[in-house]
Ligand binder design. Structure first.
Ligand code: PMP
Length: 427
């Protein structure tokens, strides 16, 4: 079928609320490492897929899934070594007392469960979130996602949700972004006070580095102070690691560790199954015990033997191939090169990142920080024609995001810099 015919058929049968990337959509049919291939066999360097974490179609993950698929796939109502071993391995990666695991199938399910845990454990309903955040696609999570409820088609803020300003060290330099004050964790206390008439905050949800808000690295210690304030108000602290977890940030395995913070609940997703729908919630024995109130939590697919075989293989590969360390090394090289590029490319307002979680924010004016979304979109399209897949993020759509599979190495980083450099020199 031609790409045109396929697009037309898709438009007829797939819901129109779902968009395609790029002006001329790609039909990708194969992936390997950090590379994707279209129907003509043309190669594209994948700089944005943080799901296929250890590399597209990593043979160890494929083999683990295929072998287990041929033996057994049931659910967590039977004893099975894979689920118990995966939970034990995950618990070993978290500081105490985070050692109880729930298996689910998506980041949304993980955050949805985190919300239920926090509400059940505190007996409260309200939630504080960070402006620009996205936590998932269910009704409850759209309400916790300013990125959606304040965006196109959004229904506005619900009365049980309290929004703290995006702690964005770059934009808070200008007063339009809330001033330096936006980075003050005291806003979490203000959110808690706002929630008092409704009975107080059940939870403060925050990503350990902000994705949809624009690839933002939190100011040092922000999360730790914000968590202290949330806890002082009786709320539980939820770290959403759906995008940034599993070694991506390089210096640590989890993003919250870079902030000196310890959450009460951590949600995991995307990279956990390398593309297989595997996600989890990790919490403390106390929170898990409060949730065991007689109503069973059962998840048909969550924690099945195939998913858990995949999860174990992903952890083995991260460890065996030293991918966390590699993310740190390749990330620093990329950040350094991008910062050098910024010296001669006035369009680059800011370069920020942790490991292989990087944002390049484009502005038309470095004083007013006027965003450059059209320029960002043009760069993404041109880079795609040059075989490099990027995309934009942030509420102003002017941040180029770089969060590739960790199979992305130094040669790939150099290729990106070479192409981006020549493009920005012409801009
Ligand atoms: N949290 C964050 C931070 C996310 O980026 C996403 C997905 N973009 C989700 C939750 C929801 O995950 P999923 O799409 O797997 O439901």
């Amino acid at each position: 079928m031609s790409t045109g015919d396929l697009s037309a058929l898709r438009a007829r049968h797939l819901a129109p609320s779902l968009g395609l990337s790029y002006a001329e959509p790609l039909e990708i049919v194969r992936g390997k490492g950090a590379w994707l291939y279209d129907t003509r066999g043309d190669a594209y360097l994948d700089c944005v897929n943080n799901v296929c974490h250890v590399g597209h179609c990593h043979p160890a993950v494929v083999t683990a899934a295929a072998e287990q698929m041929g033996v057994l796939n049931t659910n967590t109502r039977y004893l099975h070594e894979h689920a118990v071993h995966l939970a034990e391995r995950l618990a070993g990666l978290f500081p105490d007392p985070l050692n109880v695991c729930f298996f689910v199938c998506s980041g949304s399910e993980a955050n949805e469960l985190a919300l239920r845990l926090a509400r059940t454990a505190t007996g409260r309903r309200d939630v504080a979130v960070v402006d620009g955040a996205y936590h998932g696609n269910t009704s409850s999570l759209i309400e916790l996602s300013p990125y959606k409820f304040l965006g196109p088609g959004g229904g506005g803020r619900a009365s049980h949700v309290h929004v703290v300003p995006t702690p964005d060290p770059f934009r808070s330099r200008v007063s339009g972004g809330g001033g330096a004050d936006a980075c003050d964790p005291e806003h979490v206390s203000a959110a808690a006070r706002e929630a008092e008439p409704n009975g107080g905050l059940a939870a403060f949800f925050c990503e350990s580095a902000l994705g949809c808000a624009g690839q933002i690295v939190l100011p040092p210690g922000y999360l730790r102070s914000a968590f202290e304030r949330a806890r002082a108000a009786g709320a539980l602290c939820v770290a959403d690691e759906v995008q940034v977890g599993f070694g991506r940030v390089g210096s640590h395995f989890w993003g919250f560790e870079t902030q000196g913070a310890v959450p009460d609940i951590v949600t995991l997703g995307k990279p956990m199954g390398n593309g297989h729908p595997l996600a989890a919630v990790i919490t403390t024995p106390a929170v898990a015990a409060a949730f065991a109130n007689g109503m069973e939590y059962f998840n048909t697919f969550g924690g099945n033997p195939v998913s858990c075989a995949v999860g174990l293989a992903v952890l083995d590969v991260i460890e065996g191939e030293g991918l966390q360390h590699k993310a740190g090394e390749v990330g620093s090289l990329l950040l350094g090169r991008l910062r050098s590029l910024a010296e001669s490319a006035p369009l680059i307002g800011d370069v920020r990142g942790l490991g292989l979680f990087i944002g390049v924010e484009l502005v038309r004016d470095r004083t007013t920080l006027e965003p450059a979304p059209r320029e960002a979109a043009r760069i993404v399209e041109t880079m795609k024609r040059r075989g490099i897949l990027l995309s934009t993020d942030g509420p102003l759509r002017n941040v180029i995001k770089i969060k590739p599979p960790l199979a992305f190495g130094i040669p790939e980083a150099e290729r990106v810099i070479e192409e981006l450099g020549s493009l920005l020199a012409d801009a």
